[in-house]
Ligand binder design. Sequence first.
Ligand SMILES: Nc1ncnc2c1ncn2[C@@H]1O[C@H](COP(=O)(O)OP(=O)(O)O)[C@@H](O)[C@H]1O
Ligand SMILES: [Mg+2]
Length: 300
Amino acid sequence: MPRVALATYDPQGAPNRDRDLPTLAQALKDAGAEAHVLPWDAPDTDWAAFDLVVIRSTWDYTGRTEEFLAWAERCATSTRLVNPLDVVRWNTDKRYLGDLAAAGVPVVPTRYLDPGDTPDAGDLPGDHEFVVKPVHGAGARYAARYTPGERDRAAAHIARMHAEGLPAMVQPYLTRIDTTGERALQFYGGRLVHASRKRAVLSPGTPYDADKVPHPDLEPWTPTPAERAVAERALAAVPGGAEPLYARVDLVDGDDGTPQVMELELVEPNLFLWLHPQSVAPVAQAILTAALAPADRPDA
Ligand SMILES: Nc1ncnc2c1ncn2[C@@H]1O[C@H](COP(=O)(O)OP(=O)(O)O)[C@@H](O)[C@H]1O
Ligand SMILES: [Mg+2]
């Protein structure tokens, strides 16, 4: 019986916010696997005892990226990790958007400001709304939108991130998100399993350190051919040979009405299985297939 670990965050006694976890663990058991739900940073866990470690909802890593990547590396060298380590490394830093753009994928135009950089007039737009957020981000943490008149507040937000050692990114606020929302195309085992749509998360004036509703009005969505095409181009542009087991491509319309990649989620995407019960069995099967695949590690 294959042993699968589903890596999550430590909810510290509160209910786990990953609504997919119990469903997925049960589906894996039904499919004939052992499924163990474990916080990635739980001390003394013997990750090598699993045939496969699936990163699922390690949502507290964003302020601790180095620690998280060191854990991922330990898993990848002692057993099999999905997504693969190289994919995880590349995808925990949103500067990957630049690689996608270089490969011709339409992405939200982005500027990056590392700790030590001071934003100048060109970084914070004077003629349209913009968004400031961290390059290691999840759940809209530390994201906020600003008008040109709020550039001082934006600069203070960036300074706060820099003081915490967090590189920042600046994007135009894509106003069409207020009408057509954000679409998430979910791939598992190499195929599109389902898609969802949600409303805009950032409201004017909300402080960057306020808690936000990360998936407002989430609903099932039938992707358009244009959305599918952009998502597939983004996946084809992932560097390295290893194909990701899972991927979520988040798309928002640009000012011309065509979809742009806001995020390519290859680390810990929410799967939204509760909206898509038909996807539970195929997702569990794809995990099982990965767990049963012949070991490819040199020491096996
Ligand atoms: N450039 C943008 N234009 C409009 N909304 C944005 C923009 N960037 C982020 N947002 C909003 O903030 C949310 C979180 O940003 P996102 O880039 O998805 O980071 P995270 O990794 O935290 O999910 C998005 O779901 C979207 O609603
Ligand atoms: Mg997002």
